[in-house]
Design a protein around this ligand. Structure first.
Ligand code: FES
Length: 68
């Protein structure tokens, strides 16, 4: 599913970033290139919290649990 029509970014792209540990809003926006006001409409930035959730779920799913 596309989450940004301007850049052709799919949900799977956000999941890839989450698996790489990119889960904070500013890092996600920069990595996806949606923080550039001159080159994007920024509409998908309104949903950045949803993107953080998607990335965070993927990050948690692929993180190695710490053994104590
Ligand atoms: S919909 Fe993402 S920058 Fe326009």
């Amino acid at each position: 599913m596309y989450i940004c029509v301007c850049k052709g970014i799919k949900e799977s792209d956000v999941e890839d970033l989450g698996r790489a540990g990119v889960t904070c809003p500013k890092q996600l926006a920069a990595a996806l290139g949606i923080d550039d006001e001159d080159d994007s409409c920024g509409r998908c930035l309104d949903n950045i919290s949803d993107l953080v959730t998607i990335a965070s779920i993927e990050h948690a799913r692929h993180s190695t649990p710490v053994q104590v």
